[in-house]
Design a protein around this ligand. Structure first.
Ligand code: SF4
Length: 363
């Protein structure tokens, strides 16, 4: 049996680790590329959202590499994620791939036990203890990548030699992916944090801060957002992003008897404008704008073209009383990098102008 799964940011790292630790043969499809997008677009319904198309492209590529069991998430409620596997499975079968699609529902009830049961279903022979250990190792990689990435976001706009933090981040990602024990993981993390802190930085830099929010897949998949964080770093912007798969897992997988949950605070902040879940991450996008408007100079709202939850959020975000500029970027297969860079440059110009005025105390 060969297990395959679609990409989504660096989610392949903990998944590959988990399967490796459990002795399951797994296929990581090639990183998202023009080919994955073309394959996904060719076989998807025309109005499907970008994550549907890209993940379908990944599943086709995984099948081409011999995967016969595909693991894919489905959602519940009002977002199109509920239809993903129902539509993707017959498309794959029509294309001649007879891989089984193992579905799991990302619902309020899919907690820690749910994820363990999923891995138990995939590798029936493994003991619960072995699954627990593998899970812990995979999640530790996720946590460390997250921590390193936060530091990279801080260093990018301050580094004297552009690209140094990105180069180290790429190296760190590979090293963490290859780590085969908790002790080597600990060492790798320490090494790279030291290296990143050692990058020569401009002591007088006063970068503007831009928060990135929106639909989780396009926010976290660099191919889908055309490496927006790297591009903003080149423009001297410090990116702040609350969303990460590690944070998402932390808030969704574990029971939280004390009710301490940043996501709840974000949703509460959205209350004056939106009092219910509209699917996907729409509620959180509104809440992030309200909650962090003092912290950011501006916000970039990323969403897939035709994404209903984020279209609702987009309309609310432009009219809240917490007034910071918001640039909305709809991602789809028609998006061109040059067009996106032009919009980013204009947005950063505007924010820098406001930043200077604020510093000088002029209205
Ligand atoms: S949140 Fe939007 S992009 Fe994501 S699955 Fe739902 S409709 Fe598609």
């Amino acid at each position: 049996m060969k297990v395959g799964f679609p990409h989504g940011g660096n989610i392949y790292i903990p998944l590959r680790t988990l399967f490796r630790e459990l002795g399951v043969d797994c296929v990581v499809p090639p990183p998202n590329s023009k080919r994955s997008l073309n394959l996904g677009t060719k076989y998807s319904p025309e109005g499907a959202c970008l994550p549907f198309k890209l993940t379908l492209g990944n599943l086709i590529e995984a099948c081409e590499e011999g995967a016969d069991l595909l693991v894919q998430a489905r959602g519940f409620g009002i977002c199109r994620l509920g239809y993903y596997t129902r539509i993707q499975e017959p498309i794959l079968h029509d294309l001649g791939y007879d891989a089984e699609v193992m579905k799991f529902t990302l619902s309020e009830n899919f907690k820690f036990i749910g994820i363990l049961k999923l891995f138990k279903r995939i590798c029936d022979g493994a003991s619960w203890l072995r699954i627990l250990r593998a899970y812990h190792f995979g999640m530790s990689k996720f946590r460390d990548l997250d921590e390193i990435e936060r530091l990279v976001q801080r260093v990018r706009p301050r580094e004297l030699e552009r690209g140094s933090a990105n180069r180290l981040f790429l190296e760190a990602t590979h090293a963490i992916d290859d780590a085969d024990s908790m002790s080597s993981l600990k060492r790798i993390k320490k090494d790279y944090i030291e290296k990143l802190k050692g990058i020569p930085q401009d002591p007088d830099a006063d970068p503007i801060t831009v928060g990135i929010a929106g639909e989780i897949y396009v926010v976290l998949e660099p191919f889908a957002n055309m490496d927006i964080e790297v591009e903003l770093g080149k423009l001297g912007v410090e990116v702040r992003r609350k969303l990460s798969y590690y944070q998402w897992a932390k808030y969704n997988f574990y029971l939280n008897p004390l009710g301490i949950n940043e996501w709840r605070a974000v949703r509460k902040a959205a209350y004056p404008y939106l009092r219910r879940d509209v699917g996907g991450d729409g509620w959180e996008s509104v809440g992030e704008k309200v909650l962090y408007s003092q912290e950011y100079d501006g916000m970039i709202h990323l969403f897939p073209f035709t994404c209903m939850p984020e279209t609702v959020a987009q309309n609310i975000m432009s009219s809240t009383k917490e007034h910071i500029p918001v640039l909305s970027i709809a991602c789809d297969e028609q998006m061109g990098k040059v067009g996106m860079l032009t919009r980013l440059e204009a947005f950063v110009d505007l924010l820098e102008h406001r930043h200077c005025q604020k510093r000088r105390g002029t209205p």
